[in-house]
Design a protein around this ligand. Structure first.
Ligand SMILES: [Fe+2]
Length: 285
């Protein structure tokens, strides 16, 4: 069960719509390894549901934001629009590939990770604002970039995987073996440019997927990679937004790389409590 009552923002209609969306995405996740007919039908259903959902739910959520005078309305609307584009892009890809296992897994991995982070983070801020509680300040209060990297990783992992954040800390050395690791790199370009790369040990990946999809993957397949791309993208954006401090940049899609490709100059090792991950971040003003 992906849905948790703590995701409620306190607005009946929106909470009901969120719960329905989690249910639909959960069904897709359950059927991702089924026969091609079931997989295809479940995907067609999910796409139809998402298109309908995007129109009704995003409109309801945006109307609610307008009503309460939510200050980050434009940025939030932008997240919704990007999501719709991603769904349409995935639909095209799945149809072209006749709903191949790879294309369906890639869509599902992105969907689960996006949904969890969006509802558990961005949408919660609307609820917090409505309750007049203090919303999180996005601007960095420190210019120590390794602190920004660590805080961003902690925030995203806490939201998605509910790790014990008191256990997450920067470490100087680590004993993990990175032999079977996945490395994801993101390049950004614009008024500031650079790259951010994350190295995830295989065991960490399995535990991370279990923490929010509630199953342990037998192999690193398209579903795992796609979820990891989405999480890396969110962590990369969280880091870059703070470093950029208002400067414009464009984040390119994530891609798999190898650990040896990552320049060792800026590596930050973070003990997450379920394994040590490495982050390499470098930028030019
Ligand atoms: Fe939203």
């Amino acid at each position: 069960m992906l849905w948790k009552p703590k995701f409620c923002i306190g607005e009946g209609l929106i909470d009901e719509q969120h719960e329905a969306l989690f249910k639909k995405v959960g069904e897709l996740l359950d059927d991702v390894n089924m026969s091609v007919e079931i997989r295809k039908q479940e995907c067609i259903d999910a796409i139809l549901f998402l298109k309908d959902y995007a129109v009704k739910h995003f409109a309801a959520e945006e109307a609610y934001q307008k009503r309460i005078g939510y200050p980050d309305f434009d940025a939030h609307k932008d997240l919704h629009e990007k999501f719709v584009k991603t769904v349409l892009w995935n639909e095209k890809k799945m149809v072209t590939e006749d709903f191949s296992e790879k294309s369906v897994k890639s869509f599902t991995g992105m969907l689960v990770a996006w949904l969890l982070y969006h509802v558990a983070d961005a949408d919660q801020k609307i609820g917090e604002f409505a309750k007049q509680t203090k919303t999180e300040v996005q601007a960095a209060t420190t210019y120590d970039h390794s602190e920004i990297v660590c805080r961003s990783v902690v925030k995203v992992l806490k939201t998605i995987a509910e790790l014990d954040t008191s256990a997450i800390k920067k470490v100087d050395t680590h004993n993990e073996t990175f032999a079977e690791s996945l490395a994801v790199e993101l390049i950004f370009d614009g008024e500031i440019s650079g790259y951010v790369a994350f190295v995830y040990p295989g065991e960490f990946v399995k535990k991370l997927i279990y923490s929010f999809m509630h199953f342990t993957p037998k192999e690193i397949d398209e579903l795992v990679i796609s979820a990891l791309f989405e999480i890396s993208g969110i962590m990369g954006e969280t880091i870059c937004r703070q470093i950029a401090a208002g400067k414009r940049y464009e984040m390119k899609p994530p891609f798999l790389t190898s650990r040896s490709e990552i320049k060792p100059d800026e590596i930050i090792a973070i003990d997450t409590g379920i394994g040590v991950i490495e982050v390499d971040f470098s930028w030019n003003n």
